[in-house]
Each structure stands twice: as structure tokens, then as C-alpha cells.
Design a protein. Structure first.
Length: 295
């Protein structure tokens, strides 16, 4: 009986890039982007930046993101992110600004700057977006009061939060994107014949899953990601414990201060009744010096 190798996880950024950022897989990437921006794409070119083994043990911005040129006029950056570093909003702005500024050559006019689309897929919910009841959001620069007015078309962000998929998949009318998210989350559950581009993506995933070198690189990257998550979780737990300890300490100190003030008030009243300092010391536990200061 032929052994079937377990499929690698497309959510691992290295595996994601091997499927969607590999020269020769343009048709797959074109269909994924099209399903996200909900526009037909006729031409796409992928940026072929080589991934080195040492890169898989680093988190430098831009190593494992996917860059594509759409219709020879729109620059697109796609990133898969598993570890929540609490700074993703700033990170996608950095991606956009980097791609946007690269368009402007010396002596060229600003009018020649090309549109940049950034697509971010996260395997966690983003804190600032928790009140949004859908898994995909689109962002532009809009006027606060006239929210239908967009300042410029050159900036466009799409954020997909995978954990929200099960909760809100029924609310989206974008069935094409639903299929792609299903593939990314559970590639083994995709049936052949369902969609040509997704079928091709699964074939690519099966091929790299069988390749010993590819599995080694994917597992190397996965280990790095798991280590980073453990570090993040440990930092959170430590911060939580430190916060609780600090809160308890502050509470006790505050309680002691309030109690001391009440005792001093009692001592003042006893002084007004001409009770001796020795008697007040015995009743309140205050020192002679503390009592004298209350006179």
C-alpha cells in the first residue's frame, strides 16, 4: 500500500510562499488575489526572491512575504502571519510605504507612483478588530464624517483573520474567497474538481509535502515559529503574573494606608478627650512620636 505523506500546513509562511510565491504558480496566486480584492486579474508577475535556510530562523521583515505585480501597474504584498506580536498594524503600514516609495525613481514625477495593495492573513484575531463581525476587512484612507469619500486610491489594505472564518463564513457573499480560506485552513478537506486553481494549489502542496528537502525546510520554519510563540506566551504569562503581584501589593499598601489614617483619626479624638499618650499607644498601636504629631 502506497504511503501518503501528511500535507504540510499552508499557514506556515514558508509553505504559503512555496505555493503562492513560486515562479510558475502565477495562475494560483492570481486567483487567490482576485478572490480577495474581488476583481478579475488578467496578468500577474511574481518577485522571485530566494529563501535561504538561515532566513527561516529569523523574522526580518520582508523575507517570507510575497510580492506580485498586477496588470503591470499595481504592486501587491501578501503576508501570512501566525505569531501575534501586537504590532501588525504598524507592520503592514511599513510594507505599504516600502513598496510605494520604491516606485519613485530619481527625477520622476509623483504622478507616476503606482498603487500598492497589502494583503495580510493572520492565524489569530487582531485585538483592535475584535468588534468587527467578519473575517475579511478592507481598509483605505477615508474622511471621518464623509466615510464614502476615499482620499487616495493608491493605498489599499486587506486583512483576513482565519480564526473568525468559522464564526462569520455564512455572512460573507464572497464564496470564492471562502473556498480559498478552507484550503489554507484545512487543505486535506478540499475535494478535487471543486475549483481548478485550488486543485492546482493542492497538487503543489502535495508535491512539496513529498519532497524531503521541502519538508525539512518547512519543519525548520515551523519549529522557529513555535519557539517564537512559546517566547511570546511566556512573556505574556510573566507580564500577567507580575501585574497580579503588583496589583495585590498595591492593594495591600493602599489598605494599610487607609487603615492607618482611620487609627490616626481615633487617636486625635482620644487626645481631645484628654487621654494620656500611654493609654492611646496601648489602644491604637501608634508610637509616641506619631501621637505627638497629631496634636
Amino acid at each position: 500500500m502506497k504511503h501518503i505523506e501528511q500535507l504540510l500546513d499552508p499557514k506556515i509562511d514558508y509553505v504559503f510562499k512555496r505555493i503562492f510565491g513560486y515562479i510558475g504558480n502565477e495562475e494560483i496566486t492570481k486567483e487567490l488575489i482576485s478572490s480577495i480584492i474581488q476583481k478579475e486579474i488578467s496578468d500577474i508577475k511574481l518577485d522571485n526572491n530566494t529563501i535561504l535556510e538561515k532566513d527561516l530562523l529569523d523574522d526580518k521583515v520582508g523575507i517570507l512575504d510575497i510580492r506580485a505585480k498586477i496588470e503591470d501597474k499595481i504592486n501587491c504584498d501578501i503576508e501570512m502571519q501566525i505569531v501575534d506580536r501586537k504590532n501588525i498594524e504598524k507592520r503592514i503600514l511599513y510594507y505599504w510605504s516600502k513598496l510605494y516609495s520604491l516606485n519613485l525613481k530619481s527625477g520622476k514625477d509623483y504622478e507616476e507612483l503606482e498603487k500598492v495593495i497589502v494583503i495580510l492573513i493572520t492565524d489569530y484575531e487582531i485585538d483592535s478588530l475584535r468588534e468587527i463581525k467578519k473575517y475579511e476587512t478592507k481598509w483605505n484612507i477615508r474622511e471621518e464624517e464623509y466615510q464614502k469619500v476615499i482620499l487616495t486610491e493608491v493605498m489599499e489594505f486587506y486583512i483576513i483573520e482565519l480564526p473568525k472564518y468559522e464564526k462569520y463564513k455564512e455572512k460573507t457573499k464572497n464564496n470564492k474567497l471562502n473556498k480559498w480560506i478552507r484550503f489554507i485552513r484545512e487543505p486535506g478537506g478540499i475535494e478535487m474538481g471543486e475549483d481548478k486553481a485550488i486543485e492546482k494549489a493542492k497538487q503543489v502542496l502535495e508535491e512539496i509535502s513529498k519532497d524531503k528537502r521541502e519538508r525539512y525546510l518547512a519543519e525548520l520554519r515551523e519549529k522557529y515559529i513555535l519557539d517564537q510563540k512559546a517566547i511570546e506566551d511566556a512573556g505574556y504569562d510573566k507580564g500577567l503574573k507580575d501585574g497580579i503581584t503588583q496589583g495585590i501589593s498595591q492593594g495591600l499598601n493602599q489598605g494599610r494606608t487607609e487603615q492607618k489614617e482611620k487609627i490616626k483619626k481615633i487617636a486625635k479624638n482620644l487626645l481631645k478627650l484628654n487621654m494620656s499618650i500611654e493609654q492611646i499607644k496601648e489602644v491604637t498601636g501608634l508610637t509616641e512620636e506619631e501621637i505627638k504629631k497629631l496634636k
